[in-house]
Every structure is written in structure tokens, then in C-alpha cells.
Design a binder for this molecule. Structure first.
Ligand code: ATP
Ligand code: MG
Length: 657
């Protein structure tokens, strides 16, 4: 690092992007908001008391003795307390007379294929499934791998596991046999729950053959429980049991046994953007406390009137926390959609919003940028006047994508909540509150009440306003991971070694002049250009702010002059033709927006970007391309052919200076 002014401290991360747009909460939303600004003061005055009140929103079979036991870095929350998660998510709503309320509107990918489950339906299905699991010899503490399409049996299976105290490990249905096998082995699962297949991109896509291939080498698997979804032809084995045969004949009564607040609930492997996935362990009481509190606060959920849709796959943490556990604990009515946004046409999402009169929509920046690329005219064809709150998660949302989302999906009326969190954090940590915060496009704003997050420098000191650095969390939180499954040492090394006493999230961030937090991407991706640490996010946001660009990814490539130089990969908006001078135009645009230091050396127009199966850009592969290396591990990539398309583009890339 080489600060230009002698005597000033080098910055861990430069702060280049300045954004002046502000969006105050709508007055009616603010007036009726579930959570007001007082929550920040209450939590600051008594953090544990704040989380105790949040835990009291749940129904406990036995109240806890100790709110937090903290033996850094190992936390136990609500110690001595007992509860049943399935009871909290299902039965208690039925007991309260809300059995006829819809829990899930399920929309299959083939048009017209839909199902509705009320809370009473869900209770019967979960009970039958819990009985079936017990008949199959699954008991408390056993691990169950779940490899399913987005059908109602997926949350039912998860809740049935939770009900009996079995630990589920949901593996995203797009993963290969070897990825599934390694996750089955790591968790030592004894049962796999799957389906023959699911519908994707207009056709049945098979799952069972992948399970067969994985399980052939997993002797610990006793049974494979199979849902028939597509009725495609599949091979069967002695270990196979069909859902229709075993679940349907069970009693729909099942007594929910209380479980310890610290009993394991699930293992979930991270999406593998940076490397080998980690088996993140979440437990019972603290996890449900924070997922339900945040779902109520961040989305201002009114269970009587809202129709909520989170478009994530349940195979990722967003689906666990904000399709299954948070919304159900709050008695919400949710939509689940099985398929892809462009099947059978590119307006499918907006058609679903219109059909169910969705009020709260939660999706990812990668989807938003795709919709920008497809064009404004598509959402304009649908009536989306029901929407009142929009959410974003998964990557930093570029200011331009935020404003597009607000205007073209939310008609300029809806607050956008940019929610920062991780598989490891279990629930949202940093986010605006829609009835409180004046939103800034691109900023995650403030830690939620009860969360002590900070931006620190190399020494772990808080950076002043206007400074950039590392995102760290200073105090334990209820839904934090408890460890990496079977590997406490990796847990300590990965999260608690960089800054003593603090959880290090792996992300860069800055604090603006008002003290609000902006996420700047992964620190592994930071580019060191002429002594300045430049974040990928700021350069990408500058590129996306150009009217011709829909999506951008930048990486630092070794450069003889500047140490590293910025290489940009961009996708143009739908109607834009690639022209000879586009690279110069975009390079100048970035220099004008962020300053000459951030001017990319190269711009490559590409048809697609390498993304993980959860839709996140994998910059390390682009770095390989930019430095002319052979491309590294692509196993977590959604489409490995994308890298060939990008590599082909390389010879045409020229530096303009
Ligand atoms: P791995 O840890 O295996 O590389 P991953 O980090 O992609 O995988 P997740 O836990 O699904 O797995 O993603 C969490 C990460 O996603 C965060 O650390 C951050 O980099 C990014 N992220 C999520 N939400 C936001 C957000 N609102 N703003 C910025 N970044 C976000
Ligand atoms: Mg991660």
C-alpha cells in the first residue's frame, strides 16, 4: 500500500463510489411498521434482553435458564430451553385457529400446475412424514440428506426431520453425484430423500439417477425415499421406498417432542464461491429466534394480509431461513415456484406476482441484472401494484440495479431492502428497516438491532466514517453457526483467526460519511492497483451505471507497471449492439465515475459470466482467464461451457493506452 499523502494511514480498501440518491420510507408504511427506530436503542441498551424478547415470540416447551453462554468462539443460546421447531412453524398456528390460512401457494413450472397447502394441510403432511421417517428407523440426531426439486415435499421433509430431531442436510438439486456423495459422507447421513425429477426449463429433469450413482458408493445409506414428481422412468433398488407407499398410509397425528435449544437443526454446505464448501452447523432455539425476528422486521411482514415470495432455491440458506423457517414461524402465506424465470417466457416471475398479488418479493442481484438485460418492456406488461417491499440478497446490489428494481418492479413506490448475511450467519445481519431507514441505492445500511457489526482495518480497529476495510462481527448472535460440522479447528481458523475476538466474514466493506455500511465484495477478490486496494464491487457498479451495460465482473490481473491492472468482463443490455469503440467508452466512463485509478486496462464484452449454482459470480475463474492460466476448479459452476465462451473472447481484448 502506498498512500499518496505522507502521514496518512494506508486504507485497507479504497472508498471511490459516491451516491447521492435517497429514498425515504413511504409514510403509511412507516406509520404501521412492525419495528420502529426505538428497536435500535432498546437493543443497544440491553442486547441480551432484546434477543430474549425476540425468543419470547416463539412457543417454548421449557423456558431457558441462561440467555447466552459464550466461550469464544463457541456460543450457546437460550441454554436449558426446549422447543419443537415444527410445532412453532405449523401446529401452533393451527391451534390458534389459523388452520385454514394458506402456508404455501406452490406454483409448478408447467403452467397450470399448482397446489395450495393450508397450515392444517401442512400439519397433516408433516406428521405423516415424521411417522414415516421413524418407521424407516430415523431418530433424533440422525442425519438425513435431502436432494429434491422445489416441490412442497421439500419443506415438508425438512419440517418432519426437525419435528423428530433428525438433522437435515439439503443438497441443491443441481449438484452432481460426486458433490452429493461427498456431502452424504461428510455428514454420515443414513437416509436420502429425493424425487424422480423436477421440471426445469420446460422439461422434466432427472434427480434419481444422480442419487443412485452417489449412493452406490455410500454404504451407510439405509434407504432412499422417493417422491414421484415427473413420473419419468427410473431404476429402483431394494433400498428405495416410495413416498406414496410409506407416507400416505401413516397417521396424521404425531406428538412433537421438545428438543434442546442447542440440538442441531441442520447442516448446510456454503455455495463454494471461494473454494471447497464448508458444512455449516445450525442449532434450534437461536436460529428460529433470529430467522423469525428478522423476517418480521426486515420485510415488515403482516401475516394476515401479505403474500410473500422468496425466489431462492431451498437448497441455499436463503431458502432455509426465508422460505421455510422464518416465514412459517411467523404464520406467513408464501409462494414457492419450482422453475426458472424464463419458462415458458421471460415474464414468468411477473405473471406469478400478478397471479398471487404478491406484496413482498425477495430475490438476488443476479436475477435483477438478468431482468435488466431482458428489457424494461417485459415487467411493464404485468400488474404488479400489489408489491409493497422488495428485497435483495446474495451479492452486493449495484446502485443502478437497485434503482431499476425499485422503478421497474416496484413502480418507484416500494422500499428496497438490501440484506447482507451468509450461510454462516443463519439470518440477516445488516439491512435497512423498510419503515425506518432512508435507503441509499447499493448500501446495506446498518446492522440490525442486536447485531454488533463493524468495518475494521488491518489491525482490527474500527475505520472512521469514509473509510474502507473488513467486515467483522464483534459479538455473538443467536443464529450464528456453531461450528463447521466435524471440524472445530477449521471453524476457528476460518472465521476467528484473522482478528482476535471477532468473527471475520471474508467480505470487504466501507462506512460512508453518515456511518452507513456498503458491502464491497470478497476480500480475496480485492485488486491492488498502484498501491490502492480497489474493490471489485465499486468498479462493477460504475460499469453497470453505464446505460449500455447489464452486468459486469472485474478482476485484478498481474501487470508489470501497476502491480495489478483491472480487467473487466461485461454483458451488454438486450438492445445494445457491440461496437468497436465500446471498450474506450466504458473505460472512460469508469475513470469519470471513480477516478483514473480505477480505469480498467481491458474491457471484454462476453455473452455470460461464470456463476455458481446459487448465481454468484466466480471471479477467481475470470482471474485465470485474465492471466492466461488454465482455468481452475469449475465443479461449483452452474454451466462450465461458459468459460469456453469467455476464453474465446480473449484474443480480441486490447488495452487502449
Ligand atoms: P463460500 O463461502 O463457500 O465461498 P458463499 O460465500 O458464496 O460460498 P453464501 O453463504 O451463500 O456462500 O454467501 C454469502 C456471501 O454472499 C457473503 O459473504 C457475501 O460475499 C455475499 N452476500 C450475500 N448477501 C450480500 C449482500 N446483500 N451484499 C453483498 N454481499 C452479499
Ligand atoms: Mg462464504
Amino acid at each position: 500500500m502506498a498512500p499518496e499523502t505522507p502521514g496518512t494511514e494506508p486504507q485497507a480498501l479504497s472508498n471511490l463510489l459516491h451516491e447521492n440518491r435517497r429514498f425515504a420510507p413511504p409514510a403509511d408504511l412507516a406509520a404501521a411498521a412492525n419495528v420502529t427506530a426505538e428497536a435500535y436503542d432498546e437493543a443497544a441498551a440491553d442486547r441480551l434482553g432484546f434477543w430474549e424478547r425476540a425468543a419470547d415470540r416463539l412457543t417454548w416447551a421449557k423456558r431457558w435458564d441462561t440467555t447466552l453462554e459464550w466461550n469464544p468462539p463457541f456460543a450457546k443460546w437460550f441454554v436449558g430451553g426446549q422447543l419443537n421447531i415444527a410445532y412453532n412453524c405449523v401446529d401452533r398456528h393451527v391451534e390458534a385457529g389459523r388452520g385454514d390460512k394458506v402456508a404455501y401457494h406452490w406454483e409448478g413450472e408447467p403452467e397450470g400446475d399448482s397446489r395450495t397447502l393450508t397450515y392444517a394441510d401442512l400439519q397433516r403432511e408433516v406428521n405423516k412424514t415424521a411417522n414415516a421417517l421413524q418407521e424407516l428407523g430415523v431418530g433424533k440426531g440422525d442425519r438425513v440428506a435431502i436432494y429434491m426439486p422445489m416441490i412442497p415435499e421439500l419443506p415438508i421433509a425438512m419440517l418432519a426431520c426437525a419435528r423428530i430431531g433428525a438433522v437435515h442436510s439439503v443438497v441443491f438439486g443441481g449438484f452432481s453425484a460426486s458433490a452429493l456423495k461427498s456431502r452424504i459422507d461428510d455428514a454420515d447421513a443414513k437416509l436420502v430423500i429425493t424425487a424422480d425429477g423436477g421440471y426445469r426449463r420446460g422439461a422434466p429433469s432427472a434427480l434419481k439417477p444422480t442419487v443412485d450413482e452417489a449412493v452406490a458408493e455410500c454404504p451407510q445409506i439405509e434407504h432412499v425415499l422417493v417422491v414421484r414428481r415427473t413420473n419419468q422412468e427410473i431404476s429402483t433398488y431394494d433400498r428405495d421406498v416410495f413416498w406414496a407407499d410409506i407416507v400416505e398410509r401413516q397417521s396424521d397425528q404425531h406428538a412433537p417432542e421438545p428438543h434442546d435449544a442447542e440440538d442441531p437443526l441442520f447442516i448446510l454446505y456454503t455455495s463454494g464461491t471461494t473454494g471447497k464448501p464448508k458444512g455449516i452447523l445450525h442449532t434450534t432455539g437461536g436460529y428460529l429466534t433470529q430467522t423469525s425476528w428478522t423476517h418480521n422486521a426486515v420485510f415488515d411482514l403482516k401475516p394476515e394480509t401479505d403474500i410473500y415470495w422468496c425466489t431462492a432455491d431451498i437448497g441455499w440458506v436463503t431458502g432455509h431461513s426465508y422460505i421455510v423457517y422464518g416465514p412459517l414461524a411467523n404464520g406467513a402465506t408464501s409462494v414457492i415456484y419450482e422453475g426458472t424465470p424464463d419458462t415458458p417466457h421471460r415474464g414468468r416471475f411477473w405473471e406469478i406476482v400478478q397471479k398471487y398479488k404478491i406484496t413482498i418479493l425477495y430475490t438476488a442481484p443476479t436475477a435483477i441484472r438478468t431482468f435488466m438485460k431482458w428489457g424494461d418492456d417485459i415487467p411493464a406488461k404485468f400488474d404488479m401494484s400489489s408489491l409493497r417491499i422488495l428485497g435483495s440478497v446474495g451479492e452486493p446490489i449495484n446502485p443502478e440495479a437497485y434503482v431499476w428494481y425499485r422503478e421497474h418492479i416496484g413502480a418507484g413506490r416500494t422500499p428496497v431492502v438490501d440484506t447482507w448475511w451468509q450461510t454462516e450467519t443463519g439470518a440477516v445481519m445488516i439491512s435497512p428497516l423498510p419503515g425506518v431507514t432512508s435507503g441509499k441505492p447499493g448500501a446495506a445500511m446498518r446492522p440490525l438491532p442486536g447485531i454488533v457489526a463493524d468495518v475494521v482495518d488491518d489491525q482490527g480497529q474500527s475505520v472512521p466514517n469514509g473509510g474502507g476495510g473488513y467486515l467483522a462481527i464483534r459479538e455473538p448472535w443467536p443464529s450464528m453457526l456453531r461450528t463447521i460440522w466435524g471440524d472445530d479447528q477449521r471453524y476457528i481458523d476460518t472465521y476467528w483467526s484473522r482478528f482476535p475476538g471477532m468473527y471475520f466474514a471474508g467480505d470487504g466493506a466501507k462506512r460512508d460519511e453518515d456511518g452507513d455500511i456498503w458491502l464491497l465484495g470478497r476480500v480475496d477478490d480485492v485488486m491492488l492497483v498502484s498501491g490502492h486496494n480497489i474493490s471489485t464491487t465499486e468498479v462493477e457498479s460504475a460499469l453497470v451505471s453505464h446505460p449500455k451495460v447489464a452486468e459486469a465482473a472485474v478482476v485484478g490481473a498481474t501487470d508489470p507497471v501497476t502491480g495489478q491492472a483491472i480487467v473487466s468482463f461485461v454483458i451488454l443490455r438486450g438492445s445494445v449492439e457491440e461496437s468497436a469503440d465500446i471498450a474506450a467508452e466504458l473505460r472512460n466512463h469508469v475513470a469519470k465515475t471513480l477516478g483514473p485509478i480505477a480505469k480498467p486496462r481491458q474491457i471484454l464484452v462476453v455473452p455470460e459470466l461464470p456463476k455458481t449454482r446459487s448465481g454468484k459470480i466466480m471471479r477467481r475463474l475470470l482471474r485465470d482467464v485474465a492471466e492466461n492460466r488454465s482455468v481452475g476448479d469449475v465443479t461449483t459452476l452452474a454451466d462450465s461451457t461458459v468459460m469456453n465462451l469467455i476464453s474465446e473472447k480473449l484474443p480480441s481484448a486490447k488495452s487502449e493506452d
